[in-house]
Ligand binder design. Structure first.
Ligand code: GUN
Length: 287
């Protein structure tokens, strides 16, 4: 039987409507309009699309948004100065530096320069540490979006075998932590994992974030599994595809996210949620 398709676009739309309502309420009650600043350095076309989408999503949710475009040869000092300015800007509650940065810039130093209370990506070590202990203000957007999809679909995590393929700081590691906090039994796989298929076939819930097009095939999953595809790969014919081979996996899985229209729309949605959280904190409101 073909798998149920998890409609990320629909779930993102419903969640954004709710966020917009809460943002309007905050503004009406306190005069604080949630605001997000996005810094983009250089002209990577994929990053430009992501940044444009973030700005549009903010505006649609009734939030203030500003995009700071900096040239590819921006120096570390210039970028730090820009962050310094946004730190002081009261209209800006969230600061996001679009990654990857040009090679001559040091990402770690840049991330550490963003004040934790404006770190809506949740990449700052203070925020990643909080995620580890399960006491957090901001959740990293993509893993939080995955959790929201599972919640919306009423997929039970407690006691389930959860397998995360990929161990990046942005997705794999925090994803494992969130599933663990939800009482899943979590395994993290990566490029050195021996017999990956043997591990992925154990999963009741499989989250794939390795950045390799159509990498997980139907023979690597358990019948009835929930398969969440975080991948976004551009094929030579410019088509977008995930890390999961949708054609074969959708015949075996119980539920599956498509690409596009699965996790992608949820990532920006959770960025809006984090911006609202930051604005509420700035307005001195209880969360
Ligand atoms: N580049 C790709 N994904 C992300 C993200 O979630 N945040 C930032 N800042 N850059 C990214």
């Amino acid at each position: 039987m073909a798998a149920r398709i998890i409609d990320g676009k629909k779930i993102a739309g419903l969640t954004r409507t709710d966020i917009a309502a809460r943002a309007a309420m905050l503004e009406a009650e306190t005069g604080v309009k949630p605001g997000l600043a996005v810094i983009i350095v250089g002209n990577d076309p994929a990053s430009q699309v992501y940044v444009r989408n973030k700005k549009r999503a903010c505006e649609e949710a009734g939030m203030y948004s500003v995009v700071v475009e900096m040239p590819a040869d921006t120096t570390q000092a210039e970028l730090m100065k820009q962050i310094e300015q946004l730190k002081k800007d009261e209209k800006v509650h969230g600061i996001l530096v679009q990654l990857p940065l040009p090679k001559h810039l040091d990402e770690e130093t840049v991330i550490a320069a963003i004040p934790p209370e404006k770190d809506v990506d949740a990449f700052h070590p203070a925020n990643t540490g909080k995620i580890m202990i399960g006491d957090y203000d901001f959740l990293p957007c993509t893993p939080a979006g995955v959790m929201k999809l599972l919640e919306y679909e009423n997929i039970e995590i407690s006691g389930k075998e959860c397998v995360v393929v990929g161990r990046s700081n942005i997705v794999g590691k925090p994803q494992a932590m969130l599933l663990l906090h939800a009482n899943g039994t979590v395994t993290v796989c990566h490029s050195k994992t021996k017999d990956l298929a043997q591990v992925t076939r154990r999963a009741d819930i499989l989250v794939v974030a390795i950045g390799r097009a159509n990498f997980i095939t139907g023979d690597m999953i358990k019948p009835g599994a929930v398969v969440i595809d975080v991948g976004m790969n551009r094929l030579e014919d410019k088509k977008l595809c995930g890390d999961v081979d949708f054609a074969s996996c959708s015949q075996i899985a119980g539920a599956i996210t498509p690409v596009p229209g699965g996790v992608g729309p949820m990532t920006i949605t959770m960025l809006l949620e984090n911006t609202l959280t930051a604005a509420k904190k700035a307005a001195g409101k209880k969360l």
